[in-house]
Design a protein around this ligand. Sequence first.
Ligand SMILES: Cc1cc2nc3c(=O)[nH]c(=O)nc-3n(C[C@H](O)[C@H](O)[C@H](O)COP(=O)(O)O)c2cc1C
Length: 382
Amino acid sequence: MAMKEDEAEENGHKMAGELTPVPLITPYKMGKFQLFHRVVLAPLTRLRSFNCIPQPHATLYYSQRTTKGGLLISEATVISETAQGYPHTPGIWTKKQVEAWKPIVEAVHAKGGIFFCQIWHVGRVSNTDFQPNGQAPISSTDKPLKPRGGSSDIDVKFRPRRLETDEIPQIVNDFRMAARNAVEAGFDGVEIHGAHGYLLDQFLKDQVNDRTDKYGGTLENRCRFPLEVVDAVVDEIGADKVGIRLSPFANYSDAGDSNPEALGLYMVESLNKYGIQYCHMVEPRMKTMGEKGETTQSLLPMRKAFNGTFIVAGGYDREDGNKAIASHYADLVAYGRIFLANPDLPRRFELNAPLNKYNRGTFYIHDPVLGYTDYPFLESTT
Ligand SMILES: Cc1cc2nc3c(=O)[nH]c(=O)nc-3n(C[C@H](O)[C@H](O)[C@H](O)COP(=O)(O)O)c2cc1C
């Protein structure tokens, strides 16, 4: 007697001659974009863009991870001179950077991929070495990050400077220009990086934001600057080209919130007014960087409240990704570490093939090949 399809799925193999439905490998229409599957490349910083210029080796890296009708989100991309906090992260504020992105985006489009650029300001997750004229990094606050490694001294180079109220429109404008440049470079849209303790998150979260002006205090005030960025970017390139990433539950870089669910809900309800293409949220289980914890918290209330495409990320494998899609918990699932290590991840999910293991040791090295474009593809079976 033939096995039922769900049993075949559980047993992890396909029956000869029969197709096991794989929810992750089903089409989805994201506004004007026709996706052929639900497996999204999560944004992944790789520190291989020498001197903030995207490099030719990124063309191979992204094109390896491109499928027809697949959505890719670029690594976090620096929007201005003050926005950098790590070495060799790509930028999108100069003409040279825009030109350098063009062949990378073209290669993704040539294979039928849809490519969004994640636009990023690190705020206080920086230091004077990365800043123009050795100035202090900017933030919502003048509180520095807690020193790492048990030291109680705070090096003066890590002390942020609290932005003045009247400086905020300039940063909003930097996001606007970066979005315009991303479209000029050929990207299909931008993902505003509002997650993981970087500048926008430093305004959103009440454990960082200690302002007394219209950008601090109440939930509405804390969300004001990120929403001004959304407003400007939508105005510049159109809502159908705009997504945002949020991590209300995470506490990376000391950016936690006392009521993450209220924050997440307020943000998605506000985002509905702009009609943006997608909201990309990081799972509560990823509260601590790189670790998958147990939690009873869920993104479901935000998923239900948001009108556009809802993308989830954080610790997903094939099985729980399929469940998320089948149960309508999410429209799309973004994969980080396992997509980094499996350039043909959608195909492996379709075939239920084994995965390459990722090597943490090469995530952030500057090598143009090692741990970057040398992860093997499944051998062709034809
Ligand atoms: C090497 C590496 C680089 C990352 N860079 C970014 C980034 O640039 N922007 C971002 O929003 N998240 C970044 N993340 C987080 C991932 O996008 C993703 O949310 C996280 O890895 C959890 O998903 P996973 O369990 O599928 O890996 C990075 C993660 C890793 C491992």
